[in-house]
Write a protein that binds this ligand. Structure first.
Ligand code: RB5
Length: 152
């Protein structure tokens, strides 16, 4: 499985730790940066990872900034992306099972490395449950495509 990973200056160390952790587990990681502590505008890496996931270059993505918020907002502007900020494993798991998220975001100023690894593991190991959840995800994507919604 190919995972695109991106971050800003607030998350360089955590990004590197998560990358190594997942590489050791056999995942192929595509690092879009940044890898320095110079101030870096998070929409750049949010957009790059989102384009890779939406275009099929990566199977899914991980985004890390200070809080996870800005970088997830940027990613969610790309068509086809469902990215959510998760600060604990339960939401991460359910975001895949119910919402079929294709990018996981979290904050390096919010979660430590061990909790971040638990969040990532739960998310990667969970599967979308489909059924009634598919109907709702389809409705989200209908809003994105049409800026309208047929209520069900
Ligand atoms: C950078 O200072 C910070 O604003 C960024 O990492 C992130 O938390 C934005 O949502």
């Amino acid at each position: 499985m190919k995972i695109a990973i991106g971050n800003d200056h607030a998350a360089v160390e955590l990004k590197q730790e998560i990358m190594s952790y997942l590489q050791e587990k056999g995942y192929e990681m595509i690092n879009v940066g940044t890898d320095t502590h110079e101030s870096f505008n998070y929409p750049v890496s949010g957009f790059k990872v989102a384009k890779m996931v939406a275009g099929g270059e990566a199977d899914c993505g991980i985004l890390i900034c200070g809080t996870g918020v800005g970088i997830s907002l940027a990613a969610n502007k790309v068509k086809g992306i469902r990215c959510c900020v998760c600060s604990e494993p339960y939401t991460a798991k359910l975001s895949k099972q119910h919402n079929n998220t294709n990018i996981l975001a979290f904050g390096a100023r919010v979660v430590g490395p061990d909790l971040a690894k638990m969040i990532v593991d739960e998310w990667l190991n969970a599967e979308f449950l489909g059924g009634r959840h598919q109907t709702r995800v389809d409705m989200i994507m209908e809003i994105e495509a049409t800026q309208d919604l047929k209520e069900k």
